[in-house]
Design a protein around this ligand. Structure first.
Ligand code: GDP
Ligand code: MG
Length: 443
């Protein structure tokens, strides 16, 4: 997501960053490009106008113009204001003081309510240690109930359903009673959607809301629908009152308009973003990190969190030891690849690394996942001796490996070269670290 916007903004800011002196005309010129970039990204026009006004005012302030690094100050202002635009601080789930916490999921058909119900339950169990009960309150399509039940089975999470003949309000009532009896500390109600906002739907949702007194009413909207998502958010908020937004399908090639406009238009925070169809693809929304990603400054915090969640600590220690004693083999290399794969799509991971966007060929980060599969195949076609001592891989062995893995000799060569480079780099890094440590110890 956000590729176009990111590219334009980064290009514009690059121009001003290095300037030793900045005039009002420079700021004006820059803001013209920023405005264009935001409009291209489908950001709400009123929001664009306000944003441009705020940034311009701050950028031509005395403290900026007279500072030693005005260009960098302007970049910081843009980042700050992008962060503010998206809501500033991360906005956590509000839990009830007395269990169960009730969360109501609302939104149009196909926005991702049912999927997000499952993902949210996963987050609640994994990160908040909760025991959720999922409630099937979309009674208009039998398939909808089935969909939730299937998710429940997959996640080994209980699903409360009374079929299609009981009203959603009654289902909600009985579900909450069940949760109290069975000590579920969170109840997530998956409601029905329509293709468009309509009166009947709103009335039904209002009724459910009145009865179940939810601690959170999450509006689920599809980021791909751009300004429509913003209008939907406004309608739902006016009709039933929402407490937060979940923006789904941010893994697609959405331009970003919804993410940048919703908060400002509705005054309601984006709490989570959907980054894929799988049950682990829901992330808390961090405005500052998102701004940082859009401006190509990376997102080291998210990367570290992802690594902590996915990388086996024992393995990481073992690996460090191997690097230090230089007994790192191609088997370890393969292990590394698999660990990285667990963290998610490769191009998403790379985008979180600061400066990665500047590396040639990565701008349109079309990192090929099948490439990784080929690397794996090559390594798997080697003997144990070859994996531990790659030096013995001569021409005839290369030929055999290429054939065995269904790749080419060039590919085998490339992998071996990469492996050598990596070893060299690690050696340099450890040397630098050692030197650094020695220096620190000196009086
Ligand atoms: P509902 O009608 O609002 O309950 O929508 P569903 O939960 O049934 O989702 C509709 C479709 O969107 C399904 O195919 C989901 O897999 C897909 N979907 C939901 N969230 C995401 C997301 O974050 N990313 C992607 N790529 N697809 C999603
Ligand atoms: Mg549904």
């Amino acid at each position: 997501a956000f590729e176009g916007l990111a590219q334009r903004l980064q290009g514009t800011l690059q121009k001003i960053k290095g300037k030793g002196k900045i005039s009002e005309a420079d700021v004006k010129e820059m803001m013209r490009e920023v405005r264009f970039a935001l409009i291209e990204a489908d950001v709400n026009l009123k929001v664009v106008k306000e944003f441009v006004k705020t940034v311009s005012e701050r950028a031509v302030g005395q403290d900026v113009m007279k500072s030693l690094t005005p260009g960098q100050q302007v970049v910081k202002i843009v980042k700050d204001e992008l962060t503010n635009l998206m809501g500033g601080e991360q906005n956590p789930i509000q839990f009830a003081r007395k269990s169960p916490t009730v969360i109501m999921m609302v939104g149009l058909q196909g926005a991702g309510k049912t999927t997000t119900t499952g993902k949210l339950a996963t987050v609640l169990r994994k990160r908040h240690n909760k025991k959720p009960l999922l409630v099937a309150a979309d009674v208009y399509r039998p398939a909808a109930i089935q969909q939730l039940e299937t998710l429940g089975k997959q996640l080994t999470m209980p699903v409360f359903s009374l079929g299609t003949d009981v009203s959603p309000v009654e289902i909600a009532r009985q579900a909450i009673a069940e949760a109290e009896k069975e000590h579920h500390d969170v109840v997530i109600i998956d409601t029905a959607g329509r293709l468009h906002v309509d009166e009947n739907l709103m009335q039904e949702l209002k009724d459910i809301r009145e009865l179940s007194k939810p601690d959170e009413v999450f509006l689920v909207v599809d980021a791909m629908t751009g300004q429509d998502a913003v209008n939907v958010a406004k309608s739902f908020d006016e009709a039933i009152g929402i407490t937060g937004v979940v923006l789904t399908k941010l893994d697609g090639d959405t331009r970003g308009g919804a993410a940048l406009s919703i908060r400002s238009v509705t005054q309601k925070p984006i709490k989570f973003v959907g980054m894929g169809e799988k049950m682990d693809a829901l992330e808390p929304f961090h405005p500052e990190r998102m701004a940082s990603r859009i401006l190509g400054m990376g997102d080291v915090m998210s990367l570290i969190e992802k690594a902590q969640e996915n990388v086996d600590e024992e393995k990481a220690k073992e690996l460090e030891q191997k690097f230090r004693t230089q007994t790192f083999t191609l088997d370890d290399f393969l292990d590394q690849l698999q660990q990285v794969k667990k963290m998610g799509p490769l191009d998403e991971i790379l985008k979180m690394m600061p400066g990665m966007n500047k590396i040639k060929g990565l701008e349109n980060a079309q990192v090929d996942e099948s490439q990784m599969g080929r690397v794996e195949a090559v390594i798997r076609s080697m003997t144990t001796a070859e994996r531990t001592t790659p030096e013995i891989i001569n021409a005839s062995r290369r030929k055999r490996i290429a054939k065995g893995s269904g790749t080419s000799i060039q590919e085998v060569n490339r992998l071996l070269k990469q492996f050598e480079d990596m070893k060299k780099m690690v050696k340099q890094m450890t040397n630098m670290q050692q030197k650094g440590k020695k220096k620190m110890k000196m009086p």
